[in-house]
Design a protein around this ligand. Sequence first.
Ligand SMILES: [Zn+2]
Length: 132
Amino acid sequence: MKLGNQILGPADFSFDYFINNGFIGCSCSKCAEKLIITIQLHNSGKPVDQIIDEFDETILNQLIEHKIVNLNRDGKQGDLGFSKYILWHLDALYSIITCKSCSFNFLAIFGIGEIQPGRDQVQFKGIWELKD
Ligand SMILES: [Zn+2]
């Protein structure tokens, strides 16, 4: 499995946006069905390190190579404790999105946390196709 085309670009959202039932939406690049991503604060996504438990290392290597996620070189502790991969200084999280119409899989990358003191945000990096 590897990353294909990026179908949605980066955006930052306030926590309030999701608390007020906000969602991230785009269209499936295979069948044009609407894809809807909701984010539950502190309860969405898995650390990017764990991506190798679901797939092989190819996707993780592509994420690093394309600077979609960064190695946590400073060993900074995030909300989840030590996280091997980060987005700027948030723990890098991923989530698999499956199109309910054609079953094609997509990968969403994001971080959730305090970007500046007192300013909680969802830093959304984008959505990519997952190709064989
Ligand atoms: Zn589809």
